[in-house]
Design a protein around this ligand. Structure first.
Ligand SMILES: [Zn+2]
Ligand SMILES: [Zn+2]
Length: 457
């Protein structure tokens, strides 16, 4: 079989999937993707393919304004009836209220969901179509996040962020007339979500080495190749160059496909996503509006690259790591978790206990692997990670937010986000590696060498 990175998108969407040398069959539920100038013309074909005769169209005021003038004539000319609901909120939270609005507006003659939008609308559409067991399609309005082809939805339930596993959209239509006209912030967010892939692939390989977690080089290669194309043309995003926008959209779509192929989020999400996750929780708790996912992830990527710039200069010490573990104070740790997670702490603590998060024997096993393979870990970092300054230069040129302060989070929040990243679940991330080395609580603050994230847990 040729490698996944050599396949066209149409080939990748093969319903039979591919038997891979990693031992898994890679498959995705996405059946149809069309991108280009005039791609919405393919909507009747996509609806027919999904068996939808009367879609229920979901949009908000902005996405409706951006794409409806193109979508509506296509439906009208093809004689396709539809129901519709447009959110009036300026800021839509993906929560029970958003879902309730759809349930109250739903037209029961509809036999499919058509989302016109991106981000939150995509998430809400997945949950709604899953609940109704109806196929869903999406007309993308911005290349802003990598959830188009993934089957999980980032939602807020009882005011807590949760990831729900739902149906993946069956068709994605990306008309470049709409994508290229998307707000600048959304284009920046898309790039932020792509930059993360340097780190997700790096951490995936390291976890494979240290913990023996499943890894597929073929899937990693697919993500790497699309990331390369995105970075090569990224400067063009500033002038809304069509190739640059297409590459980001394609990269985001392929990232979702890669996650579906691997059946884990590893190909597309690492520590930088946990920074974002933690900041989202903080904003939710403080009643502040959420920053765009990709913008947060971009900032989290720079932080994580900064940690790696520092870590690459360190020589791991068995003594430091073992001393850290001997002096580890479970009660102090619990107090820190309670302070950082507030109401969510009980769940976190229960899962930590169940998963043996602080188990000294497991720590000792991982430490042996790390110390024995440190040159290999450095080699992986060299192969996968660009220097922070290089990525920062590109993001600055595109006028993207670069630091937590740029998006309203303090140094203390950022330190808490890093410490908390280890506690959400047992996913081996850069933060976990630092913890294993006894370095997590004494890491220098990644922006300024002299200051410190320091203190005790
Ligand atoms: Zn594979
Ligand atoms: Zn993401």
């Amino acid at each position: 079989m040729k490698s996944l990175s050599e396949m066209s998108l149409t080939e990748l969407l093969s319903p039979e999937g591919f038997d891979c040398t990693c031992g898994r069959r890679h498959k995705v539920d996405l059946r149809f993707f069309r991108m280009g100038d005039g791609a919405v013309e393919a909507l009747p074909e996509a609806l027919a393919l999904c068996g939808v005769g009367c879609p229920f169209v979901i949009s908000d005021r902005n996405t409706r304004q951006a794409a409806w003038p193109l979508v509506e004539p296509v439906l009208r000319r093809a004689g396709i009836p539809y129901g519709e609901y447009t959110y009036g909120e300026n800021h839509l939270e993906p929560d029970e209220h958003a879902l309730g609005s759809l349930a109250m507006a739903f037209d029961p003659r509809c036999d499919g969901i058509l989302v016109v939008g991106s981000g939150v609308l995509n998430d809400v559409g997945k949950v709604f179509s899953h609940a109704l067991r109806l196929p869903s399609l999406i007309v993308a309005t911005a290349p802003s996040m990598d959830g188009y082809a993934s089957d999980n939805a980032s939602m807020v339930r009882d005011r807590v962020k949760v990831s729900l596993y739902n149906a993946c959209p069956r068709a994605v239509i990306a008309d470049t007339r709409v994508l290229c006209a998307a707000p600048e912030r959304l284009l920046q967010a898309g790039l932020g979500d792509m930059v993360a892939k340097y780190l997700s692939i790096c951490e995936w390989r390291i976890s494979h080495l240290v913990t023996g977690e499943y890894y597929c080089e073929n899937v990693a290669g697919l993500v790497r190749a699309s990331l390369r194309r995105v970075i090569e043309s990224a400067k063009g995003l500033k002038r809304r160059d069509e190739t640059a926008v297409r590459n980001v959209m394609e990269g985001l779509l392929l990232s979702g496909i890669a996650m579906a192929f691997a059946q884990v989020s590893r190909p597309a999400s690492g520590l930088e996503h946990y920074f974002s996750h933690m900041w989202e929780m903080m904003a939710l708790e403080r009643g502040l509006p959420q920053e765009l996912h990709g913008i947060q992830v971009g900032v989290g990527s720079l932080l994580t690259l900064g940690i790696w710039d520092w870590l690459r200069e360190q020589t791991p010490s068995r003594e430091t790591a073992e001393r850290f573990m001997r002096s580890f104070d479970e009660r102090e740790w619990e107090a820190t978790v309670r302070r950082i997670f507030g109401a969510a702490a009980d769940t976190i603590l229960a899962s930590a206990l169940k998963e043996g998060r602080n188990d000294p024997a497991a720590h000792a096993r991982r430490l042996e692997r790390i110390l024995g393979h440190w040159p290999d870990i450095l080699q992986i970092a060299r192969e996968e990670l660009p220097p922070k300054a290089e990525v920062e230069r590109l993001m600055r040129e595109l006028q993207m937010p670069l630091t937590p302060a740029d998006i309203g989070f303090s140094r203390e929040d950022t330190r808490d986000a890093l410490l908390g990243s280890r506690e959400i679940r047992n996913k081996y991330l850069t933060g976990t590696l630092l913890w294993d080395l006894g370095l997590l609580y004494c890491l220098p603050f990644p922006f300024e060498g002299e200051a410190s994230l320091g203190g005790n847990a």
